[in-house]
Each structure stands twice: as structure tokens, then as C-alpha cells.
Design a protein around this ligand. Structure first.
Ligand SMILES: Cc1ncc(COP(=O)(O)O)c(C=O)c1O
Length: 437
């Protein structure tokens, strides 16, 4: 059955949505042609659309849901909290619990919550500027840190156009290549940066891990030049115990967070942590005048529901880390290995990337090492066809253009094997895409 035949309910909703929502979708990345899927229900590793079709979900709430959809202890904590009130508007006990669990997870001294990953990065940048008394910030080509004015730059290849209309023209962003230490060193030379912000694994560019030498090199550059190193661990912070900073053994000055840190699916997910020396620039008791401190805050910041849900997720990950990470990492390995074998055995020119519980497929002519090599030779049509094949066969992910996947504690070997089998079916339907050699 075609996508259209399977999903009349989604089509009808999209037509209605277009009347009042620009482009018919609340977040443009959730749109794909001819219309997006409208999901009604989620449980474990599965989602169901409004027409009742079931999908194995590899998008997992924008990679947030490491424990799986509807994970009972977290849902139970939220249910319990609702009896008392979701947001109480005052300080609450759960922000204290949350702060302790985040600091323990990352070995940080202080943390502040924010309402999204975008907001976390925006405020972290401001703090870095306040701390260093410098204006310019460094970000990598192909890095995605949310849509704040400062960082919404050089997101999509070929990076030669503004990433959005309406951005202020004078921004203090210095762009550097990913996984190219020499290039990065050259780009930042003499720039006096407040900070360099980088994802330890590029997420939206397609699950492309940093090389450890690159991160270590950035650490050295920052130490030498008096800049702060900021790791955006919005995606990766809870995909490895202690985040990818612990996996790579490179310590940033600030770590920005989102997604799982706010409970995976209870909204308002963000925050950042670091040493007291830096974080105390946010301390209103030590810096009593507003012009002496860096600002962060908002109506929903630190609300009890999000804090409690976030705390429940982190506590569960702490408690069950010997079960969760070996499982999700081995499933990731199984997927990467299985897909690579499919590509090799069928001489299909494509690559698989990723680390731990994330993997990315790239129908490209070169191994993706950064945003540019993931895009330069990308076969856009085949990416779309692959997506269509998966969705018609009960596998869902985002986005057609960037098939990068997140595995959760609820996924099984059978889920992975189905993905690999569908990849093989797809690859066999394209015998003309032979790899050279
Ligand atoms: C690495 C990274 N940083 C920041 C963000 C922005 O987070 P949010 O969408 O919660 O604003 C995202 C979102 O996908 C992300 O992947």
C-alpha cells in the first residue's frame, strides 16, 4: 500500500492544519512530502498514527526518549506530581533533587535549568561572554544548537545562505570545520573567542562522532587562548553515563543540556552545568545587582513537573545504568554492523555512522566526517525513497533527508533486525548504485 492509501487521517489533519498553521506543521522538520504523519499514541519503541498504523520509532521524541515511550516510573512520577500541581510558580523541592542528579551525572558543581536546548545554548553563550568579557563565539559548520540568533548559522550545507530570514546581520560567530583540528586552529587564530561550542557527535548532520583528537585539540586551543569550551550535549548527555565528555575523556567548561534532562517528553527540557567559578556569575546572592550578573530565567523555568520528570529519568538511568547502556549500545552496534554488511555485500555505495545508541545512514560517495562530507554527495532522491520504503513498512524516523536514528531501552534485537532487513530490501531494489571497487 502506498503512503497515501495507508494514511488518509493524516492527510485530512494536514489539510485542516494548513488553514491555521503556516506550512501545516508546528515544527518544519516534522513535515515531509506529501504530508506528515500524525501520531496519536506512543509506547515502548512504538508509535501509532491516527489511522492506527504501527511503527517502530527511531526518532524517539527528537532523540530524547532514551528510556522509551511511556516509561512507567517516569509517567508515575508525573502522575503523582499532577496531584500537587504541575507548575507552582515558586521554588520547589524537585528543582533541588534535579540539580543534585544532574551535577552527579556530569561531575559538575552547579547547574541551572532552561526551557529548551535552544534556550540553554543561548544563555550558556551569554554566560561565556560574561565570564570572558569577550563577544565572539566559535561554532562548527553543520553544528545545530537550536534557533537562537547567535547560533543559527552554518547549519545546512553549503552554508552560503543565511540559515533563516530575519536574523540580525551583525553577529559575532566564527565558523570552524568539524573534525579538522588544523582548520579549526586556523579559523580561530587571533579571534579572542568567548567560547567554542561543539556537539561531541553531530546530531542533525547525521550522527557523526567527533574524533577524540579533535575534541582534545579544541580543549587545548581554549586553554591556550582563554576561551571556554562548551559541549552541547543536548542529544548526547544521557546517551552515555556522564555524557560523551566522559566517553571521550575531554572535559568542557560548560555542558548544555536538553531533551532527556527534562523528562524525555514532559516539555521544557534544558539546562547547563559547569564549575562554580563560572556558574556563580548567575548567582543573585553573590551578585546582587542585575548588571553584575548574567541573566537566565522565565515563567516556566524549573517548574515542578519538568524537574520531577527530569529527576525521575536521571535517577532511573543511574539506577539501571548497568542494564540500559550495555543494551542500547549493543543494539546500536548491531544496527551499524548489520547495515554496513548490507551495503558491502550488495556493493551499495553508502555509509553508516554513529556511536552507542545512535546511528546514521548516508547515501553518499564519501564517508561522512562532518556536515559537508555528509551533504556534498548526498543522493537526495534515494534518501527520500528509503524513507518512503521504511514508513510504508512500519518504521518511522526523522527526517527523510537525514536518516539518523536513536535507540531506546525499549527497543529489541527484533526491532533492529527489521530495520536492517528493510534496508537490505531497499538496497536490492537499486542494483545500479554500485560502489566502485
Ligand atoms: C545538539 C542540539 N542542541 C540544541 C538543540 C535545540 O534543542 P531544543 O529543540 O530543545 O530547543 C537540539 C535540538 O535538536 C540539538 O540537537
Amino acid at each position: 500500500m502506498s503512503y497515501e492509501e495507508r494514511t488518509p487521517g493524516s492527510k485530512a489533519l494536514f489539510e485542516r492544519a494548513c488553514r491555521h498553521i503556516p506550512g501545516g506543521a508546528t515544527y518544519s522538520i516534522r513535515y515531509f512530502e506529501p504530508y506528515p504523519l500524525y501520531i496519536r499514541r506512543a509506547r515502548g519503541s512504538r508509535v501509532w498514527d491516527v489511522d492506527g498504523n504501527e511503527y517502530i520509532d527511531f526518532w524517539m521524541v527528537h532523540f530524547a526518549a532514551i528510556l522509551g515511550h511511556g516509561y512507567e516510573p517516569v509517567v508515575q512520577a508525573v502522575r503523582d506530581q499532577l496531584q500537587y500541581g504541575a507548575h507552582l510558580g515558586f521554588c520547589n523541592e524537585w528543582e533541588v533533587e534535579w540539580s543534585e542528579s544532574v551535577c552527579k551525572w556530569f561531575g559538575a558543581e552547579k547547574v541551572k535549568p532552561a526551557n529548551s536546548g535552544t534556550e540553554a545554548n543561548m544563555y550558556a553563550l551569554r554566560l561565556a561572554r560574561a565570564y570572558t568579557k569577550r563577544r565572539k563565539v566559535g561554532k562548527v559548520f553543520g553544528g545545530w544548537h537550536g534557533g537562537s540568533d547567535d547560533l543559527h548559522e552554518a547549519v545546512s550545507y553549503p552554508y552560503d545562505k543565511p540559515a533563516s530570514l530575519g536574523l540580525p546581520s551583525m553577529r559575532d560567530v566564527v565558523l570552524l570545520p568539524f573534525n579538522d583540528l588544523e582548520g579549526a586552529a586556523k579559523a580561530v587564530r587571533g579571534k579572542e573567542l568567548a567560547c567554542i561550542i561543539v556537539e561531541p557527535m553531530l546530531g542533525s548532520a547525521g550522527a557523526i562522532p567527533a574524533q577524540v583528537g579533535f575534541l582534545k585539540g579544541l580543549r587545548e586551543i581554549c586553554d591556550r587562548t582563554g576561551s571556554l569550551l562548551v559541549f552541547d550535549e543536548v542529544v548526547t548527555g544521557f546517551r552515555h553515563p556522564g555524557g560523551l565528555q566522559r566517553y571521550f575523556g575531554v572535559r568542557p567548561d560548560l555542558t548544555t543540556l536538553g531533551k532527556a534532562v527534562g523528562g524525555q517528553y514532559f516539555g521544557g527540557a534544558g539546562g547547563f552545568c559547569g564549575s562554580s567559578e563560572i556558574m556563580d556569575l548567575l548567582d543573585q546572592t553573590k551578585r546582587t545587582k542585575f548588571w553584575e550578573r548574567s541573566f537566565l530565567g522565565g515563567t516556566y523555568t524549573g517548574n515542578a513537573l519538568t524537574m520531577r520528570a527530569g529527576h525521575a529519568v536521571i535517577s532511573e538511568l543511574q539506577r539501571r545504568k548497568e542494564e540500559v547502556y550495555p543494551l542500547v549500545d549493543s543494539l546500536g552496534e548491531r544496527a551499524r554492523k548489520g547495515i554496513a554488511e548490507v551495503f558491502n555485500e550488495n556493493h551499495f555505495e553508502a555509509y553508516v555512522t554513529g556511536l552507542g545508541s545512535m546511528f546514521g545512514l548516508h547515501v553518499t560517495k564519501e564517508m561522512p566526517m562532518d556536515g559537508e562530507s555528509a551533504s556534498r554527495t548526498k543522493d537526495v532522491i534515494l534518501h527520500k525513497d528509503l524513507f518512503d520504503h521504511m514508513v510504508r513498512n512500519g518504521v518511522a524516523y526523522m527526517t527523510p533527508q537525514s536518516p539518523h536514528m536513536a535507540i531506546s531501552f525499549a527497543h529489541t534485537r527484533e526491532d533492529i533486525d527489521k530495520f536492517v532487513a528493510l534496508t537490505e530490501e531497499f538496497v536490492r531494489a537499486y542494483p545500479e548504485r554500485k560502489s566502485v571497487g
